[in-house]
Write a protein of this length. Sequence first.
Lengths: 311, 189
Amino acid sequence: MKIAHHISYFLSLLLAIPVMGQQFCLYESKALDAYQSQDYISAKNYIDSALIICKEKRASAYTWHVKGFIEKQLFQKTQYEGDDSKNRMESIEAFLKSLELDTATFELQNANRKALAFLGSTYNNDAARFMDTINYKKAIICYKKYKQVYKVAKPDFNFTQKELEYNNSLAHILFSIYDNNTKLNSSFLDESFKYYLESLKIDSMNYSANYNLGITYHNLGVSYIENMDDEISFESLISSQEKAVKYFVKALPYLKRAYLLQPTVENNLTALAAVYISLHDYESSSLYLDELNVLKGKDEINNGTDIENRY
Amino acid sequence: MSNLFSNNLVKVLTVLKLLVLLSLMSFNATGQTVQTSDAKKSVARQKGLYIYQFLKNVEWPKDLLSGDLVVGVYGDENVFQQLSNACAGKFIGSHKLKVIRYISNTEINDECHFLYVAENKSSQVSAIAKKNSRNTLIIGNKVGLLSSGAIINFIVKDKRLAFEINKTNATKANLTFSELLSKLAVNVI
C-alpha cells in the first residue's frame, strides 16, 4: 500500500513536468486535493515539490499559506512528546512567509494570523506542561517561542498577565530546585528571586510575587536558624541570628503588600503573624492573629489554648 | 436516534477538545506557605541554643554540682523540645546534661541548676526566686526580670534575641560567668 502510494506520487511528479515554469503548478493543485482528502503526508510532499520545482511559487503567499495549513494538520495529527515538533516549526515558518508575501491584497492575513495564534498557543501550553523541576528549561524555550509567534499573530495582545504568571511559576520552580538541595543548588535561589522581581517590575502590586517573595525570605531566615549546629560557637550563634533577622526584615514589606492586596486571605495574616514572631514583636503578631481569629470565625485558632500560650 | 445522539456527543466533544486546544493554559504558581508554629519553633530553637551556651559558660561551685547538670523548663513545650534535642547524650565536663519539664510551679524543686521560665510565667519569677534555696540560676524572658530574681534574662535587641546578666546576683549565688558570656551579654548589672 505504501509502495503504491509512493509510485503514484512519483508518477504525478513526472506528469507535472510539462507545467514547469507556468503559473499553474500541478504539485500545488495535487497538494490541495490531498489536503482535502485528508492525506496530509502526500499533501506535504506535493507542496514541498511545488516550492522546489515551480520556482515562482516561492514568492506566492498562497502556496506558503497552503503549506502552513498542511504542516499544521500534520502537527495536530502527530503525538509529540518532546518540546518541539518539526511540523509545527515548518507550519509557523510557512505562515510567517505567507504573511510577509501577502502585501498586495492582504486577503490571507486574517487566516494566517489565526493559525499562528493557534500554533503559538500550543507553545504556551507546552511551556505550562513542562513547568516542573526537571523540564523547566524546555518550558523556558517554549515560552519564548510562544511570545515570538503570538506577537506576530496578535500584535496588540497584552502579555502582562501571561508574563506575570510565567515569571511567578518559573520563580517557584527554581526555588523548589534550590530547596531540594540548598548547598548544591544555591545559585537557583538568586534565579528564583530574579523572576519574582521581574514580575514586580511589571506590576509592583502583583499579589503572587509579593506573597511568595515574602514567604521565601521568611523561610530562608527560619532555615538559617534550623540549620545551625548544636555545637555552634557563641559568637557564630549571634551572627547567624543577625543574618536570619535580615531575611525576616526583608520579608515584611512584601507580605504587607500581599496583605494590602488581599486582606481577607488567611495565609497573609498567618505569614505576617509568623514574621513578627520571628522578629520577637509579639504585639504586632497578636494584631494579625486576632484578625485571623475574627476571619476564621473565632475559637478555631485558640481552641484549647489561651492567648498567653501563643508564644 | 442513538446514532444522532452519539453524533451530537462527538460534536460536543470535538468542540470541547478545540476549546482546550485553543485556550492558553495557565501557569501554576502555587508557592510556599508559612505557619506561626514554624516561627515559634525557630524562636525556641534559638533559645535552646542560647541556654546550651549558658550551660557551657557558667561555672558552679563543686559542692553545688555533683552528678547530672539539670536544666528545668517551666512553661514552654517548644523550648523544652529544642533543649532536650540539643542536650541529648551530652556532658559539660563530667556532668551529664538532663532536661526536665515543669507544668506547674509546685513541681519546681531544688533538683535543677538552671531554670528557664517562659514569658507567660514571668509573673511567677519573683516567687520562684524567693523559694529557691539551692542557688538555681533562673533564666527569665521579660524585660525587668533581672531585678526580680532572674540571673540571666532574654530580651530583644535590634529585632534579635539577646540576653542580659545580673553579675551581682550570680556572685551572691557563688556562680561564675565566663568572660565570653559577660562580653556577649547586651546588658550587665
